[in-house]
Design a protein around this ligand. Structure first.
Ligand code: SME
Length: 156
């Protein structure tokens, strides 16, 4: 994280995605998060479609095979189902974890809560053990709130 800090980055994200179409806004957000925060090795945004999470945008060293995740599966499914943040400091110790990348050590999933329930989530994988703290949770929750406006506005 550079000098702007998490608060500055939320502001920059807000002004970047204003008036953008959904797909472009989501891609800009994952690009900015990945670029700005060192320990965010892979960043994705999944949106809820029926009983499935569908990967809409991602940025990182490689693609994941988990482009559709049923609500009951993985850390991602858990966060969407419960509408709660899930912070896993050591993925090797969590039986719910669905492996994407062998290098991942920890994962943070933050639901995007709309006015009528969960719209999707921000999923961040880190190659560092226990990479995510309360400040990452609060930061990504603020980013998720910015995304609600884009997602509830409709349009592609
Ligand atoms: N690890 C996730 C699956 C998605 S990948 O991290 C991109 C999970 O356990 O749900």
């Amino acid at each position: 994280m550079g000098r702007e800090g998490y608060e500055g980055l939320v502001k920059r994200i807000r002004s970047t995605i204003r008036c953008k179409q959904r797909r472009e806004a989501l891609q800009r957000v994952v690009d900015m998060l990945h670029e700005a925060v060192d320990h965010y090795t892979w960043v994705g945004i999944y949106l809820l479609e029926g009983d499935e999470l569908v990967l809409e945008a991602w940025k990182g060293p490689e693609a994941t095979e988990h482009v559709r995740i049923p609500l009951g599966k993985g850390i991602c499914g858990l966060a969407a189902r419960t509408a709660q943040v899930v912070n896993v400091p050591d993925v090797s110790q969590d039986p719910r974890y669905l492996m994407c990348f062998p290098s991942t050590r920890s994962e943070l999933v933050v639901p995007i809560r709309g006015s009528k329930g969960v719209l999707g989530e921000i999923d961040v994988d880190s190659d560092r053990l226990a990479a995510f703290g309360p400040e990452d949770e609060a930061f990504l929750q603020a980013v998720a709130r910015e995304l609600v406006a884009v997602l509830e506005a409709g349009g592609g």
